[in-house]
Ligand binder design. Structure first.
Ligand SMILES: Cc1cc2nc3c(=O)[nH]c(=O)nc-3n(C[C@H](O)[C@H](O)[C@H](O)COP(=O)(O)O)c2cc1C
Length: 182
């Protein structure tokens, strides 16, 4: 797949099955994550790769957090299942560093670029994935159980795997709606 095709056809997919990324494919995904714009060269990223038994561990963390933070019954009962929706999940974190010229938002933006770059690297290797957030990205208890600081931001959970159905989504947005000339 060439770069233009990748950039103009990338899509998300939440129906993900085994196999997940191979070691070689994961190496490419990691390289892509670290090749993103980064104001001040702070490298404001941290990634946790979750696969195999790690998915059960993450499910336990979700469950523990949901119970201790008094989430509703549905959130609690689904907590352990959520991490079984893909063979691999990469947790992308922006570990905030105080800096006179690089505000928090720019550090988060850089980590967000990493999530997108990893999704593209997966897509280009005929894998698929979806970027998820929600309560488990915001939960202070999840952060602490993952060994993160309160200031750290979980920018996304990138679910990765093999697409179960070949499906190309239609183009949703027209350029003229979003672009104008000055
Ligand atoms: C920061 C961020 C958080 C997201 N969180 C979720 C989520 O929790 N659950 C979900 O189904 N989609 C979530 N999405 C949307 C999907 O990742 C995806 O972009 C969307 O389904 C559109 O599909 P497409 O990428 O094929 O256009 C999120 C997207 C972004 C950028």
């Amino acid at each position: 797949m060439d770069a233009i095709e990748l950039l103009t056809t990338r899509q998300s997919d939440s129906n993900l099955s085994f196999p997940g990324p191979t070691d070689a494919q994961l190496e490419v995904i990691k390289k892509a994550a670290l090749k993103v714009p980064d104001h001040g060269g702070l490298a404001p990223w941290k990634f946790i790769v979750v696969q195999g038994e790690g998915r059960d561990k993450l499910g336990e963390i979700y469950h523990q957090a949901a119970v201790s933070e008094n989430q509703d019954e549905r959130t609690i009962s689904r907590a352990k299942e959520l991490t079984q929706r893909a063979p691999m999940i990469i947790i992308a974190i922006s570990p905030y560093q105080e800096h006179p010229k690089v505000p928090r938002i720019e550090q988060i933006e850089s980590a967000a670029c990493s999530v997108f770059a990893m999704q593209q690297a997966a897509f280009a290797q005929h894998l698929s994935g979806v970027w998820r957030t929600g309560y488990f990205a915001q939960s202070p208890k999840v952060k602490s159980l993952l060994g993160l600081n309160e200031q750290d931001e979980i920018v996304g959970y990138l679910y990765l795997g093999t697409p179960t159905v070949a499906c190309t989504k239609p183009v949703r947005h027209k350029a003229e709606t979003f672009f104008s000339d000055l």
